[in-house]
Structures are given as structure tokens and as C-alpha cells.
Design a protein around this ligand. Sequence first.
Ligand SMILES: [Zn+2]
Length: 111
Amino acid sequence: MGFEGQRRHSRLWLQQILEIVTIEAFQSDDDGYLRWVETNVDGFVVNCYRNARPGYRMLHRATCRTIKTPARKNYTTQAYMKVCSTDRAELEAWARFRLGGKVTRCGSCNP
Ligand SMILES: [Zn+2]
């Protein structure tokens, strides 16, 4: 690969890194998670098993009542973690890659 090719390659790599940081994962951090959904009301949340174990993957809007009611406080501390992004396509791509398939859309918030 020549110099030009290498440059193109690293630019693509950098772009991928920048895309990755648009996704935030919250595990054992309810305060951080709740702050994120309050700040990013037009964002999206994937609820999945801790450590991004493949299997369950439910996509919600950040405003969904089922993932941010003040009555509960175990969003990221028990069986589940929350993965958040304002970029829905990016989040769905992440779920396919890390959780092994397409997300299920929440029936309550219809993302
Ligand atoms: Zn929902």
C-alpha cells in the first residue's frame, strides 16, 4: 500500500473511532445513565444484558417511561445495562455487532 492508500486507511480508521465514541454504555451507573437520558431527549437507548452479553436487545427512545421512571433505580445495577446514542443507526449497528442481531423496538415508545 502506498502513502496515499495508507492515509485513506487511517482516515477511515479515525472516522470509525469517532463514531464509536458517540455510543455511551452505562453499567452500575444509574446516576450517569439518568443524566444522559435527561440531557439527550432525542436520543436512543438499548437495554441489554450486562457486559453486552448477546441475547436480549430492546431499543427505546430516551424519553420512554419504561426506562426512566423515578420510581425505580436499578437500570444498570442488576441484570441489565443501558447503551445510549443520539445516532440510532450507529446504535443499531453496535447492537448487531456486539449483541448478535437486530434490536427489538419497544412497544411502549415505538422508536
Ligand atoms: Zn420504550
